[in-house]
Design a protein. Structure first.
Ligand SMILES: CC(C)(COP(=O)(O)OP(=O)(O)OC[C@H]1O[C@@H](n2cnc3c(N)ncnc32)[C@H](O)[C@@H]1OP(=O)(O)O)[C@@H](O)C(=O)NCCC(=O)NCCS
Length: 185
């Protein structure tokens, strides 16, 4: 079984999620603010659902298709969010990055720091050559994180999320990319 390694950044530890994280994940990811900008996180979000989400991440990691980390503060080990790579495609050396951080920890650069660490891991340790990330066009905070990481956006990559109604404000999506060569510069 492939388990996510533990990565350390200046202020954070990125570590495998465990079933014991379920209550914290449900509380943080279940907030209204997170539901307002994401389509894959349920709201309300029960501990049982969070545990099932963690179990699914662990099982996907074991197949090598994902590498999702819990994001914790280095100083006190407090879990504040999650970041990771999904749809890891070794044939095309590509993956998607996703992230969320609990509202009490917004505005401190943690998402940018964690996102950059997961991308660096993807290029340096997982053999990837390109990582993409997408979000609804209106999700300015998420787009700002992608831009701070050094990802770039081209209008030609914009798309309407196929699972959302035409009237849903989250339907228009933007896609950002970064290559191993971009990160090296
Ligand atoms: C997207 C999300 C993670 C962004 O969180 P965030 O706190 O805005 O992002 P960062 O952690 O990079 O913090 C950036 C802010 O911290 C500030 N900051 C403070 N100290 C900093 C530091 N040391 N380094 C960098 N930025 C710092 C920046 O100036 C910026 O401030 P601003 O919000 O006033 O512009 C968060 O809004 C979220 O979880 N949203 C819901 C889930 C979601 O949308 N996920 C994306 C879909 S893939």
């Amino acid at each position: 079984m492939i388990e996510p390694p533990t990565l350390e950044t200046e202020r954070l530890v990125l570590r495998p999620l465990t079933p014991e994280d379920g209550a914290t994940v449900a509380r943080l990811a279940g907030s209204r603010e997170i539901a307002d900008t994401t389509i894959s996180i349920p709201h309300p979000y029960s501990e049982k659902q969070a545990r099932a989400w963690i179990a699914a991440r662990t099982s996907q990691s074991s197949t090598g298709k994902e590498m999702v980390f819990g994001v914790a503060i280095r100083q006190d080990a407090q879990l504040i969010g999650a970041v990771g790579l999904r749809e890891m495609d070794t044939e095309h050396a590509q993956a998607e990055m996703g992230f969320w951080i609990g509202v009490p920890s917004w505005g401190r650069g943690y998402a940018t720091e964690a996102g950059l660490a997961s991308i660096t891991f993807g290029f340096a340790d997982a053999g990837l050559e390109e990582i993409v990330s997408f979000t609804s066009a209106a999700n300015v905070r998420s787009r700002a994180v992608m831009e701070r990481i050094g990802m770039t956006h081209e209008e030609a990559d914009d798309f309407d999320h196929p699972e959302l109604e035409e009237t849903d404000p989250l339907r228009p999506h933007v896609l950002y990319r970064i290559s191993a060569a971009d990160l090296a510069h």
